[in-house]
Design a protein around this ligand. Structure first.
Ligand SMILES: [Zn+2]
Length: 480
């Protein structure tokens, strides 16, 4: 149960605020193994709603779910040179099983390209078997040194899509299609404005030809990479011999993709919308969209208030995710604070006078004080609630978008970039050279976030670091 102590304010210490919200809202807790987390029922319900929104979109774009093993032979990872080089430092390796040394060490999957590639090589024979469009929901392990609940943990929950195609064009199209699916989910379900773009060569996935990401701005103006989609070219197809006979009966290598979005998105939702009172959850994903709080002072009012509460709950329950908080040992004020902290979009209060007037009071989490409170007749309540939830969903997106736009600035020089990334995102031309990127990373706290697919109508420019001609601009920011 939350105690009545106030949260650390965002301005005072954003990082402490984040940790307190995660734990006090009962989203997650620290596990006995350092760097692992326990996702509590409230956090799991939020993740399940994220999963449902994504899974629907995956199915609509032709994908099926499957389950692949947690343990992968070490030799599989070694088949793709860049892949093993990238992941080796983060691997958890099993060397004993059943009381004996294993002949070959097994890795706990850090991602599943290798084992899935192995299976695809077995399943694909001819062009008729393509494309293969599979997604897996599960968890993976990467031995991270610095961890934060939801944002970076040793084991994390996610989905990983893996597809195999006959041509480069189809694989490239799939890579961008899934990036767009992530963008659509982030914007429309999580109310989180994101920038879809290409990662730099140094920031791309180990073993990919090209990586793409969606990047979001958090409340402290840091960036969060919230989902990635990778064009793997023929790298894994060659390493695992994923081949097919084409229409001319000639053997060809497949083109593969992979794409993933994890429960890190919950960290993103917390830090995009949250305030000093706690969480602010977008209605489409909130475990509870409405909390009903019956209020009475005199014992003889209780029965009549609770009876009305039940009528209201029943009227809403079919359409909305509703919870009733009728605990008698807590004051209404305590409950208001607690549900505000837990981010429930809409509070519905029913007192004796409301029952008399056949009305209830609705209070929006996103609009503080009197401006967000309305008395609404019980007749037609579901419509009124539906409208308010839509307005909250739209309001959260609009607020987050305005905040982001206000904190992105174009850097015309290296000095300007240095100044901007101290407290925002810099939009700056970059020649594409690793050395210029490395200089920014070493001399500022920022890194390249991505090169947006939408470059607007800006023409070519000059690299802010070296002054050489640059075809594209990128976002630069401090990042989680
Ligand atoms: Zn340059």
């Amino acid at each position: 149960m939350a105690d009545e102590k106030k949260l650390t304010s965002q301005r005072e210490d954003f990082s402490a605020w984040y940790n307190e919200v995660v734990v006090r809202a009962e989203l997650a807790d620290y596990a006995p193994v350092r760097g692992c987390m326990v996702v509590r029922p409230y956090g799991t319900a939020l993740w399940e709603n994220c999963q449902a929104g994504l899974d629907r979109r995956f199915k609509e774009t032709g994908h099926q779910n499957a389950l692949f093993p947690l343990l992968i032979p070490m030799s599989f990872l070694q088949k793709e040179a860049k892949h093993v080089e990238g992941f080796a430092p983060e691997l958890a390796v099993v060397t004993r099983g059943g009381g004996k040394e294993l002949e070959e060490p097994l890795v706990v999957r850090p991602t599943s390209e290798t084992v899935i590639g192995h299976m695809y090589a077995k399943w694909v024979r001819s062009y008729r078997d393509l494309p293969i469009l599979i997604n897996q929901w599960g968890s993976v392990v990467r031995w991270e040194m610095r961890t934060r609940l939801f944002l970076r943990t040793l084991e994390f929950y996610w989905q990983e899509g893996h597809t195999a195609h006959a041509t480069f064009e189809e694989a490239q199209e799939e890579t961008i299609r899934m990036l767009n699916v992530y963008t659509d989910f982030a914007v429309n379900d999580a109310a989180m404005p994101v920038v879809p773009g290409r990662k730099s060569e140094t920031e791309k996935f180990a073993g990919a030809d090209a990586s793409y990401s969606i990047e979001a701005m958090m409340g402290n103006k840091w960036a969060l990479q919230a989902g990635t989609s990778h064009m793997l070219g023929q790298n894994f197809a060659k390493a695992f011999e994923i081949q097919y006979l084409d229409q001319n009966n000639e053997l060809q290598y497949c083109w593969t993709t992979s794409w993933g979005l994890s429960a890190r998105i919950i960290g993103g939702i917390i830090m995009t919308h949250g305030d000093d009172q706690g969480l602010k959850l977008p209605p489409r994903l909130a475990p509870y969209q409405v909390v009903i709080i019956p209020i009475w002072r005199l014992e003889e009012q209780k029965a009549v208030v609770l009876e009305a509460t039940e009528r209201v709950r029943a009227a809403l329950a079919g359409r909305f995710r509703v919870v009733v908080d009728a605990r008698e040992e807590m004051t209404p004020g305590f409950k208001f604070n607690e549900w505000e902290m837990r981010g429930v979009p809409l509070r519905l209060e029913i007192g004796p006078r409301d029952v008399e007037q056949e009305s209830v009071v609705l209070a929006r989490r996103d609009v503080p004080g009197k401006a967000g409170k309305f008395s609404v007749p019980m007749a037609g309540l579901a419509e009124a609630v539906g409208e308010r939830l839509e307005a909250i969903q739209a309001g959260l997106l609009a607020t987050a978008t305005a905040f982001r736009e206000a904190n992105i600035h174009e850097a015309k020089s290296y000095e300007e970039l240095q100044e901007i990334v101290d407290d925002g995102w810099a939009k700056a031309y970059w020649c594409g050279d690793d050395a210029c990127e490395a200089k920014i990373k070493e001399e500022t706290k920022a890194s390249s976030r991505n090169i947006p697919l939408d470059q607007g109508d800006a023409g070519p420019g000059a690299c802010v670091v070296c002054g050489q001609p640059a075809k594209e601009w990128a976002y630069w920011a401090r990042a989680y």
